[in-house]
Design a protein around this ligand. Sequence first.
Ligand SMILES: NC(=O)c1ccc[n+]([C@@H]2O[C@H](COP(=O)([O-])OP(=O)(O)OC[C@H]3O[C@@H](n4cnc5c(N)ncnc54)[C@H](OP(=O)(O)O)[C@@H]3O)[C@@H](O)[C@H]2O)c1
Length: 160
Amino acid sequence: MYETYFNNKFTNLLVFYVYLLVFLLLSPFLFVWELVNYIDSCFRSKENMSGKVVLITGASSGLGELMAYEYAKHGAYLAIISTQKPESRLQQVALRARELGSPDVLFMFADVSKVHECRMFVDDTVQYFGRLDHLVCNAGIGPLYTIKNDVTIFLPVIVR
Ligand SMILES: NC(=O)c1ccc[n+]([C@@H]2O[C@H](COP(=O)([O-])OP(=O)(O)OC[C@H]3O[C@@H](n4cnc5c(N)ncnc54)[C@H](OP(=O)(O)O)[C@@H]3O)[C@@H](O)[C@H]2O)c1
């Protein structure tokens, strides 16, 4: 029944042309919308990060590491976190961030799934720098898994 009514050559072609039509009708509006947003972002005043204090969890690799470098280039003080592993690159990230322009980088090993460790690194940051302006909660499990996988792989980043 499904095959007869919905999955035949005619309906397949119909769906294709309807999508094409919708795309052609919407694309000029989308283009104008993107252009307006782009021009607007050029004039919007950006926050001056120089001298601000930014705490980034999961900064030993990936997106967290790249965010640390971006904040460093804008002159922010950094507190960077990852779990303690022999192969951890956190100290190298701290050195590189200093080279890129951060006036001071505090690196701390902690596990974000443990509430008392989160409290500790936030308190230590405020005590060390005297303030905290941005908190980037980035630490997490990178790869994507389907629901069929063993969900216990996410336990290290679930606060217990
Ligand atoms: N990349 C993507 O396409 C994508 C897409 C959607 C969402 N995300 C999310 O974006 C975030 C960063 O992704 P990514 O691709 O950059 O991942 P990544 O390269 O695997 O980096 C994850 C970071 O989190 C740290 N980390 C992991 N568990 C931790 C814990 N319990 N306590 C403290 N630090 C911990 C890791 O450091 P150690 O292992 O050294 O501790 C590492 O620095 C994740 O939350 C991820 O779920 C990423």
